[in-house]
Design a protein around this ligand. Sequence first.
Ligand code: NAI
Ligand code: MG
Length: 358
Amino acid sequence: MKKYKIAVIPGDGIGVEVMKEGVKVLETLSKLTGEVAFDFTWFDWGCEYYLENGKMMDDDGLEKLKNFDAILLGAVGFPGVPDHVSLRDLLLKIRQGFDQYINYRPVKLLSELDCPIKGKKPGDIDMIFIRENTEGEYAGIGGIEREGKEEEIALQTSVFTRKTTEKVMDYAFDLAKKRNKLNHLTSITKSNALNHSMVFWDKIFKEKKANYPEIKTAEYHVDAAAMYMIQRPESFDVVVASNLFGDILTDLGAALQGGLGFAAGANINPDGKYPSMFEPVHGSAPEIAGKGLANPIAMIWTIKIMLDFLGHESLADTVMKGIEGSLEMREKLTPDMGGKGSTSQVGEIICDIMSKKL
Ligand code: NAI
Ligand code: MG
């Protein structure tokens, strides 16, 4: 039996609700198969913690997390705490502090019923975004000067290092090679307007491309890419993008696959020097929090990705079968899916289907 130490940060709002279902899925797998065991340590960091303690996480938070095999995160953000504080002082601190330079986000349609574009079937929408996750537009460099004056200015500087840009592109090319779809990689740019950072991005993409002659490629400006993702999503396989562009296009991707209730992700430190962190794409959705309305599928899909990364592909497949099976019981899904079910009922249904598949 393989044992894993997992740090659990449910965070705020629906993060807390969907996390319970994610953990339920892992406990079910452990009980049913005896193949894996999970030792969960819960951390109550987030906005409530901030309101009591003036900080989003403990000062030695990274030290406390560093020896776990993986980190699970629900979502952070709640009215009363500015979003740039909740995001920067917890999420970005972990992503940057643990050099999780890959943000891995699948966009995959499971059922025709959930796609807003008519006539699209599962298989037509099946792409993976590799988003640079520690620098770029989110490097946090800049400031506001002459505050309150007529001459007030704000500066926000992007940072693109050769080292990280190369590693992100290598990761994306390797994935395009490994994945059995089109062996195709799309690079998202905007080098017509961003004449330093994105010209640099394009240059490194061309250098890397020379090492992967078997991979077909495309380079689109981010605005055009948004259009093509709607017009011909089937032409996308692996996509590599900067921090900001990847953030925006993956919400568009979430819409293509049925909404944020489906969008899963991982923050990966491929070098294995630090733990990776697994979190759904959605936020804390304060307007539906505490009511049992949140769709737990994105969190459970995130668990599936964690199992893949820990090397348990067959358990990961079982989780996916659980998710797919639940989509056949529409009336039992959460309201965002048109059903009348609650967060915990959907979690139960998925665990139930998994136990029948094992
Ligand atoms: P959001 O993702 O929380 O919500 C956007 C919309 O999608 C809302 O209508 C919400 O009800 C719906 N939604 C999201 N997840 C859902 C789910 N699992 N089931 C059903 N419906 C779902 O994004 P929003 O509203 O922009 O931000 C709310 C808070 O979350 C803010 O404080 C923001 O900073 C934070 N946030 C945190 C993120 C994180 O922790 N990774 C990511 C995005 C936002
Ligand atoms: Mg986002």
